[in-house]
Write a new protein. Structure first.
Length: 594
């Protein structure tokens, strides 16, 4: 809705420039397109434009003079749109809209409901979004949880912005890591059956490996002890263990509220010969070379710092070869854009895959990579040390069981993906204003509480067209409405930048504004009073949860008539709707009671 109002300002400026064209005698086609955006400081107005500065040299007048002429003309032509137009050095036009124009925001929210904020900027662009993609060599840990929350939120934001998104999990079920898993499980399997065992130097530790060995013993008994050499036994252990772990990963993600359309197995690339076909195609394009008995991809031709080995001297493929085949497969499926969410340690890997997509005739920009930094788990000020290889880590399931999926997702999404995240388990469990997710959810529940009380008293919840809009034009109410208007802009920016943390910031800001407003302004009159003023104390304040009801001393003294109650209930309903829309996009619930 802010975008719609912004467009109205743009159209007004363009219409004024057309008339100014007659005054200044500008040649047709030289009128610049005005750029309108919110100013850096709210006291400067609702929107700002620098068109006078871009126009000044053409008309050979100072930017301030040009701005003054435009301001006077705009004020005369559009008195219903602008309450005030200020000129600021060196030539900015600062616009304050007529307060009643902001009521259009509430009408839009009421009309669009759960779709408010969505758009079609994606125009149906097909996106493959790959995220989590954990090796099935252990349970998901908190780092995977951050990637999962991020991927699911990005998928929702892109879908809400008109993109077609396919979520994909790449199962790394081939290669050295799986071999190590098989050796680790086989070693524990032999120990379990009382046989001497040499545990691999870089093997996987932790109780889960012993549990996997028990599963192997349950299904295969002592039959694997007779395998000599033991390679076949280790392969069987790897297959059994990886499938058990994959099943657990799928269940843990489902519990976390994260789903995928496609689970793609790396092993299928090898079994179908896709890796060799990829290298053969690159050979036909003269994009691979043989050197020192190995096969090299000419990635330096596409901006990589050097060429990369894709097939070793012993004939085995590198990780890159399989990844190239995988991305070739994704491109062949017809996606316009590939988005990969990777750990920050993959930063140096990006140019190699960028080179891959270019080698198969796609633009470098068709690949976007979001890097996710590490998560540190805290209990208050105490850091929890973790090491997956040593078997000392906290699983995603343990975090979800302790703090809940909602809190875990919100905390994972509170920071930019490329910044380190400190996750305080104790804070995530608090039911107070210090806990960000509780603070936002409680705003939604608090409004629901007001509506329940209103229903008990038979106070109607009117639609926006049935209330007096002039009763919602005080400073704090307008502030809330302007924040509601900003929501579509937040969604669009978050989707384009692949940054869901912008939504969590926004929801915290909206919740803070609501709590402040509600603590100062009464919505429902007391049961035993018919002629009261807005003095702050009201039902649903829930002081026990750490929210004061407010004294109302700074509030404007407004008689709390039925019309004022109706207007404020309507405002709260729209605040609740936007809170719910934002939380839903993040995959977080909107409780009616807390």
């Amino acid at each position: 809705m802010e975008v719609l109002l912004q467009n109205q300002v743009v159209e007004a400026i363009k219409a004024t420039l057309e008339k100014a064209n007659e005054v200044w005698g500008l040649p047709i086609g030289t009128i610049p397109t005005p750029m309108v955006e919110p100013p850096k400081r709210p006291e400067w107005g609702d929107f700002s434009c620098n068109v006078a500065m871009t126009l000044a040299s053409t008309v050979r007048q100072s930017p301030l003079k040009v701005a003054g002429v435009l301001a006077a003309s705009l004020g005369k032509q559009f008195p219903e749109l602008f309450e005030r137009i200020d000129v600021a050095p060196p030539g900015f036009l600062n616009f304050t809209l007529h307060p009643l124009r902001w009521i259009e925001v509430l009408r839009a929210i009421e009309r669009q409901g759960s779709s408010y904020g969505t758009s079609q900027i994606g125009k149906g662009t097909c996106i493959n979004l790959e995220f989590v993609s954990a090796n099935p060599t252990g349970p998901l840990h908190v780092g995977h949880g951050r990637g999962a929350a991020l991927g699911q939120a990005i998928a929702s934001l892109l879908t809400a912005s008109g993109f077609k998104v396919s979520r994909e999990f790449y199962i790394n079920d081939a290669g050295r890591q799986l071999q190590l898993l098989g050796r680790s499980v086989y070693a524990r399997y032999r120990e379990l059956l009382g046989k001497d065992s040499s545990f691999p130097e870089n093997g996987y530790h932790g109780d889960y490996i012993k549990t996997l060995a028990e599963s192997v013993a349950h299904t295969h008994g002592e039959t694997l002890l007779s395998e000599n050499p033991c390679d076949q036994a280790e392969t069987i252990c790897a297959q059994v263990a990886s499938q058990i772990l994959l099943d657990r990963i799928q269940k843990d993600l489902a519990t976390f509220g994260v789903s995928f359309e496609t689970w793609f197995s790396e092993a299928t690339l090898h079994s179908k010969g896709a890796v060799q076909l990829t290298l053969d195609e690159l050979r036909e394009r003269d994009l691979v070379k043989e050197e020192d008995g190995a096969l090299w991809f000419r990635s330096s031709e596409f901006g990589d710092e050097k060429d990369r080995v894709v097939k070793k001297q012993d004939g085995s493929y590198t990780y890159l070869a399989a990844d190239m085949a995988y991305h070739r497969d994704k491109l062949a499926r017809g996606f316009d854009t590939l988005i990969n969410i990777w750990g920050a340690d993959h930063h140096g890997y990006i140019p190699r895959i960028e080179a891959t997509v270019q080698a198969f005739d796609h633009a470098k920009e068709s690949l976007r990579v979001v890097l996710v930094q590490m998560v540190s788990l805290l209990r208050g000020t105490q850091k929890i040390e973790m090491s997956k290889r040593a078997g000392e880590f906290v699983t995603l399931r343990e975090v979800v069981d302790e703090v809940g999926a909602d809190a875990a997702k919100f905390f994972f999404l509170m920071r930019r993906a490329d910044t380190h995240l400190d996750f305080d388990l104790e804070l995530a469990k608090q039911q107070s204003s210090d806990n960000p997710v509780y603070y936002v959810q409680y705003a939604h529940a608090r409004i629901a509480s007001v509506f329940r009380v209103a229903q008990e008293r038979h106070v109607p919840l009117p639609a926006i067209q049935d209330v007096d809009p002039t009763l919602l034009l005080h400073e704090e109410e307008l502030g809330l409405i302007k924040t509601l208007a900003h929501y579509p802009f937040i969604l669009e920016g978050s989707a384009v930048a692949l940054e869901p943390h912008r939504v969590t910031f926004y929801l915290q800001e909206l919740a803070a504004q609501f709590h402040s407003y509600y603590n100062k302004h009464r919505v429902l009159p007391p049961v035993d009073h018919t002629d009261v003023f807005d003095n702050g104390a009201q039902e649903g304040s829930m002081e026990k949860n750490g929210y004061g009801v407010g004294s109302g001393k700074e509030s404007i003294k407004v008689p709390l008539t039925p019309a004022v109650t109706a207007a404020r209930l309507t405002l709260l309903r729209h605040v609740q709707m936007v809170l719910r829309n934002g939380l839903t996009l993040l995959g977080i619930s909107s409780p009616e009671k807390m």
